[in-house]
Ligand binder design. Sequence first.
Ligand SMILES: NC(=O)c1ccc[n+]([C@@H]2O[C@H](COP(=O)([O-])OP(=O)(O)OC[C@H]3O[C@@H](n4cnc5c(N)ncnc54)[C@H](OP(=O)(O)O)[C@@H]3O)[C@@H](O)[C@H]2O)c1
Length: 193
Amino acid sequence: MKIAIIGKGNVGTALQNGLSRGGHETRFGHRDPNESVVDAAKWGEVIILAVPHDAADDARGNIKAYADGKTVIDVMNAMDKNMELGISCTTSTAEETQKQLSKAHVVKAFNTVFAPNQSTAKVDGQQLTAFFAGDDAGAKQTVAQLTRDMGFDPVDCGPLKNARFLEAMGNMLINLAYKYGMGSGIGYKLVKA
Ligand SMILES: NC(=O)c1ccc[n+]([C@@H]2O[C@H](COP(=O)([O-])OP(=O)(O)OC[C@H]3O[C@@H](n4cnc5c(N)ncnc54)[C@H](OP(=O)(O)O)[C@@H]3O)[C@@H](O)[C@H]2O)c1
């Protein structure tokens, strides 16, 4: 698939590696006019939003005209400088994205995985889970397939409002790594009987 990645930081570049390895075509959009957000969003069949939460409104505004009917993957974790949730528990960045891009099919994904592990889908050789949530069945199928192509074990976490739980999980992971001393070589794996 043709996948536009908005944001070329830790997450954008890690996802680009993983998706390319999985056989997908990618194009970045960020604040560099040579790789504009608009050009990438126009081109992409799927658009990944991988910018800091405080840049979300700007990025959403720039992709809005090109997002109708497309799968938009929201990877953001809203966090304040004390590593607390940076958005109320009664919503999520993904639901805010859906509100602003009302005709897109927003799916929350990848936010529970640290960037270096997004490119490998593994920690210490162990396969990680890719939790995702969204309201559109077709968009969720697309995301499940993309994560599988990258090497993850995809797990459907239900409707988009469950992004609230996924964003809390993302925040917990960051706390475990940086507040409670475990470091970034950790990841979530759901085990099943
Ligand atoms: N780091 C992780 O392990 C991790 C894991 C899961 C989720 N997340 C979430 O993923 C998002 C990105 O994290 P990151 O670590 O990749 O951040 P980062 O390394 O700071 O990269 C952010 C990228 O977004 C670009 N950007 C900033 N404002 C923009 C705008 N208005 N329009 C377009 N591009 C803009 C940045 O600058 P330039 O435009 O100058 O290139 C940069 O390329 C965050 O919401 C974070 O919470 C991070």
